[in-house]
Design a protein around this ligand. Structure first.
Ligand SMILES: NC(=O)c1ccc[n+]([C@@H]2O[C@H](COP(=O)([O-])OP(=O)(O)OC[C@H]3O[C@@H](n4cnc5c(N)ncnc54)[C@H](OP(=O)(O)O)[C@@H]3O)[C@@H](O)[C@H]2O)c1
Length: 327
């Protein structure tokens, strides 16, 4: 099988041996694999470790082979990969043995993936292959941040800086489906205009003066993923006693933070990461009910995977970038 692996510090497409599924494993022939910010980060981090890795957390395809004890699915079933390994039930934090598909386990940037049958799900029928292949990591992260950790309620006002993010595009659609008023931002006025199809109520420029522009809003919750570049400004527009949920830091992990203003404001800071299989099942129910689909940006062939990474790094995209193995 063909895979995108790190060799001598460089990523290359290589032929690698195909393993047969054992016990409860299944071999899925992938049709589409989705790219995430995590792949960009890991691509730099793992390249000097002298080992070979297959990146990629999202994907969808068809079951080609099954181990002797696998029984949840059948050969030929159309499935999506659940990248959130070993986290079965909703809990305050992931279990100790939680891992994400794609480093340290072989990921989806390969034309086939071997995975335990517990971590695949039936492909939602209203999704195309492209949509199915980019869905899980972003949507599951967004679901837990918004619903489990953020506990969004009907009628609340939510601010989500950075409309261009893959996770944020799901959060906006889910928050609208659940009856929230949604405000978002972007650095790019064109992106803000194009993303109106997500259904948000108000959009502002990330470069603008949020404090004065949003002075007329009572923001109950902010979902922050940009990190150091915007965290303090997000806190400034949150109503006193409001909650700020963070699941990412696309800019800086570390920055200065005014503790006194925070405790005077009686704010609540909540962390969130990925989600459990139980939350994935809830999410699939929600997206089926409200016909929520990923926002797609651009597809690349497997041979063009380096270009796909460069495109993701450019941050020009609005929505998901993916590899189409049939191209
Ligand atoms: N904890 C988890 O389980 C988990 C899962 C998935 C992702 N993440 C993290 O969540 C973050 C978002 O990931 P993603 O893949 O959805 O999105 P992404 O492609 O990294 O985009 C995030 C958005 O943030 C805005 N942004 C980025 N840099 C900015 C800057 N310097 N100033 C202002 N705005 C900026 C941009 O919005 P505009 O282009 O609209 O301006 C961008 O589109 C990443 O940090 C990622 O590592 C965490």
């Amino acid at each position: 099988m063909k895979a995108y692996v790190v060799i001598d510090g460089e990523y290359r497409l290589r032929d690698v041996p195909e393993r047969s599924p054992k016990d409860n494993e299944v071999l899925v022939k992938l049709k589409v694999a989705g790219l995430n910010h995590r792949d960009l980060m890991l691509k730099d981090r793992v390249k000097d470790k002298g080992k070979s890795f297959i990146l990629g957390s999202d994907g969808a395809g068809i079951i080609e082979k099954m181990g002797d004890n696998a029984s949840r699915f059948q050969i030929g079933d159309e499935v999506i990969i659940n990248p959130s390994l070993n986290w079965y039930h909703k809990s305050e934090a992931p279990p100790k043995d939680f891992e994400i598909v794609g480093v340290p386990f072989a990921g989806t940037f390969a034309d086939k993936i071997l995975i335990h049958e517990d971590f695949i799900e039936q492909k939602p029928k209203h999704f195309s292959w492209e949509e199915a292949g980019v869905f899980t990591l972003s949507a599951l992260t967004g679901y837990r941040a918004l619903v489990t950790q953020g506990n969004i309620k009907k009628g609340e006002t939510l601010f989500i800086p950075g409309v261009g993010g893959g996770v944020n595009s799901f959060i906006i659609q889910m928050a609208k489906a659940l009856g929230a008023r949604v405000i978002t931002s972007s650095r790019d006025p064109k992106k803000l205009k194009e993303s109106e199809k997500l259904g948000f109520d108000r959009g502002v420029l990330t470069t603008g003066d949020w404090k004065s522009e949003l002075a007329d809003e009572q923001i109950d919750m902010v979902i922050e993923s940009i990190g150091g570049a915007t965290f303090n400004r997000s806190l400034e527009v949150l109503k006193k006693g409001g909650r700020i949920v963070t699941y990412g830091s696309s800019t800086n992990d570390e920055f200065t933070f005014n503790l006194r203003q925070f405790f005077y404001g009686q704010y609540k800071l909540i962390g969130s990461t990925m989600g459990s299989r139980e939350e994935l099942h809830e999410l699939i129910k929600l997206i089926k009910e409200y016909k929520i689909s990923p926002i797609m940006d651009k597809g690349f062939s497997f041979d063009q995977i380096d270009q796909a990474f460069s495109y993701l790094a450019s941050q020009e995209q609005l929505g998901k970038v993916y590899i189409d193995f049939a191209k």
